[in-house]
Every structure is written in C-alpha cells, then in structure tokens.
Design a protein around this ligand. Structure first.
Ligand code: ATP
Length: 359
C-alpha cells in the first residue's frame, strides 16, 4: 500500500533541470532518505511526490496508483515540514484533529487517533496548549502527530529537524526511527545532513545538481561510493583525496610528493586503463595510522584537534592536506614529521577527470 515508484521524473524550472530523470522503486515500509547539498533537487523531488509541484515529465505511482493528476489530498500521503506549519490559533488537539474533521471522520474515531498519536509522541499533557506555548521540539512532535493521525500510506518529511538545536535533533532523530519501527509507514525523508541519512535510512539516495548519484543502503554508500562526490559527501571528517600518478615500476605504485603506495597485485586488472595517468586516491581519516616503518605517506603535522575519544590530525603530504583520526594518546606537535600507513583494503581510486570510482 505504501509502495512509491518514480519513473523518469523530470522537473524543469524554465531551462533549468531541478530534477533530472529521477527513478526509484520504494518498497512498502521502507525508510528512504534523500540527501545532497543545497539546491540539488531534494525538496523538489519530495514536493512532486506530494503533488505540491507538477513534474515536467515522468510518472509517479503511490500504492500502485498513477498519481500524476491527483491533488495532494487524494494521494494518501502526509507531509511534515521544517517550519512545522501548525495553525497558531488552534490548540494541539485541534491541530492534530483538523485534517480528520475536514474528512468527516466520526468524532470518536478522531478522539481515538489523536490520543493514540499523542501517547506515541509523549505530548498527551500538551493537548490544550497553543503552538506558541510549546518548545521547538514539542512543536515538531505535534507536526509529526498531525501526520500520524491521518494514517497515510506514506510520510513525506522535508528537513523536519533542521530548526532544532543539535542535541534535540539527535533526540528527535531517534524518536523518528522508533516511530518508524512501530508504525512501519513508508517514509521519504529529505535532509542535507549526512549523519541523519546514515543513521535513519534503509536506503539513501544521494543527489547532486538534480541527478541521482547513488541509491544504496548506508553501509554500501560508505564502503563502496559510486563516485568521488558520494565518497566526499558521506563520512565525518570527510574522505581525504590526493592527486597522484599511477606508475608501473616493480608492480603498480601510486606516486605523489611525500607519497608512495605499492598496490596489491589483485588491483592490477581494474587499473590497467589508467597506468601512467593521474588518479585520485581516496582514504578515509579512520583508515590511516602512524606507521612503524617508512609507511605510505610522509606527513607534516599542522594542527592537532583533540576530540576526547580521539584526535584529528590536520597534516600536509607534499602540498596536499589530509585529516587523520588517531587514538587520543597520540599527540604529535605541530611541525613534527609523521609517517602514516593506509589500510590498503579500504582505499579508493577515482578517475581523475570524471570522479567515477575505479576501485
Ligand atoms: P535546499 O536543501 O536548499 O532546500 P534542495 O536540494 O531541496 O535545496 P530544491 O529546493 O529542490 O533543492 O531546488 C532545486 C533547484 O531548483 C535549485 O536550483 C532551485 O534554485 C531551483 N528551484 C526550486 N524551486 C524553484 C522555483 N519555484 N522556481 C525556479 N527555480 C526553482
């Protein structure tokens, strides 16, 4: 009932493609997070599914029904916005009951649904308050409550947590995940926050400039990014990128100033086309460690950032900067030379021009 299918969905504003050939098949009960930088087309995509924006071309199906020409109210969806969009003159109960009243749902049924949603969201004691008498977190719960009482086939959420402070955002993230575990309603959730994407999604859709870059579960996105953009977008601190040359000398080697990496023979087949050329090496900060011997990279430490449970080292390798995550007891001083070795099973190589993943 909550399956959502987008087929070749396009949205143009004038000559600009806000969304370009968007395709996805979302299973009933799935939690999908659409993530990407500002302006990549996330909200436009969600608004097309909601029916708030008409696609330029392509088809959208909700619960097996083609909804291209259906009004938002006839799509069996409920939307939760960043600004909550509560009615200021109504109390919490009335805000949650409003859409049901419009649909002539019997009073007793409205009462049951509102009280049940209030119980799930722990806002039972605020039912008679007006939105202005609530904190940001409580207002967001009411906004969620209003979506829940409608018992839609699909929840559509557009950056619902971005007006909350950092601590509350983490709390509400868990609440929404719990809510989904309980209700199992198909959810499409838009955010620019990659941590929300990683922690909440069954599958993540990474977008850039209106184009889907990759659709996969969070671990696959992290371990096997489709290209350099996805690799750099997911992960904190982000993946390090180093321009180097791939040379054949006694096996395959990556060479750059301050860097020499002999690659495992097993990689040779995939790299045959780029020998003698520049490639981009990708190494996550957690996949490097101080070397016992000469290591792969000869670095100079610039800044040490203690995070409590670990230290982030900002280092320079030749003219290229990197960030390394190390144990808290490893505290070199700025200016110190440190050799690092990479976990060669975890490195990535990208085509220097297109950014497409080679390994
Ligand atoms: P953000 O995270 O900043 O909300 P987004 O990824 O949700 O960004 P969209 O709001 O979907 O991005 O916008 C995608 C592109 O379409 C942007 O380039 C934006 O400027 C453009 N756009 C969005 N709405 C309109 C509109 N009504 N008229 C013209 N251009 C628009």
């Amino acid at each position: 009932m909550g399956r959502v299918v987008c087929e070749h969905v396009v949205k143009k504003f004038g000559e600009i493609y806000a969304v370009h050939d968007f395709n996805i098949d979302i299973a009933d009960n799935e939690f999908i997070v659409i993530v990407g930088p500002s302006g990549c087309g996330k909200s436009t995509t969600l608004r097309m599914v909601a029916g708030l924006e008409q696609q330029t071309s392509g088809n959208i199906y909700i619960g097996g029904v083609l909804v291209n020409d259906k009004e938002p109210r006839d799509r069996n969806i409920a939307m939760v916005f960043q600004n909550y969009a509560l009615y200021p003159h109504m109390n919490v109960y009335e805000n949650m009951a409003f859409a049901l009243k419009l649909r002539n749902v019997p009073k007793a049924e409205i009462d049951r649904r509102v009280k049940e949603a209030a119980e799930i969201l722990s806002i039972g004691q605020y039912l008679h308050r007006k939105p202005r008498e609530l904190s940001g977190g409580q207002r967001q719960r009411v906004a969620l409550g209003r979506a829940i009482v409608r018992e839609p086939a699909v929840f559509l959420m557009d950056e619902p947590l971005s007006n909350l402070d950092a601590k509350l955002r983490v709390q509400m993230r868990t609440e929404i995940a719990k809510l989904h575990n309980r209700l199992k309603t198909t959810t499409i959730y838009v955010t620019h926050d990659q941590v929300e994407a990683m922690t909440m999604a069954d599958r993540i859709v990474v977008m850039r400039d209106g184009v889907i870059q990759q659709i996969a579960d969070p671990q696959t996105i992290y371990d096997s990014p489709a290209n350099k953009f996805v690799a750099g977008f997911i992960g904190t601190p982000p993946m390090n990128f180093l321009t180097c040359r791939l040379e054949r000398a006694d096996g395959l080697k990556l060479i750059a100033q301050g860097l020499q990496v002999a690659l495992p023979a097993a990689m040779a087949d995939k790299l045959a086309g780029v020998v003698g050329r520049e490639v981009t090496l990708g190494v996550r900060p957690e996949h490097m460690r101080p070397a016992t011997g000469s290591g792969h990279a000869q670095a100079t430490v610039e800044v040490v950032e203690p995070m409590g449970s670990e230290n982030y080292l900002n280092v320079r390798v030749g003219s290229q900067g990197m960030v390394v995550r190390v144990k808290p007891d490893f505290k070199p001083v700025p200016g110190e030379a440190v050799a690092f070795e990479f976990d060669l099973g975890k490195i990535h190589l990208f085509d220097h021009d297109s950014g497409i993943t080679i390994i």
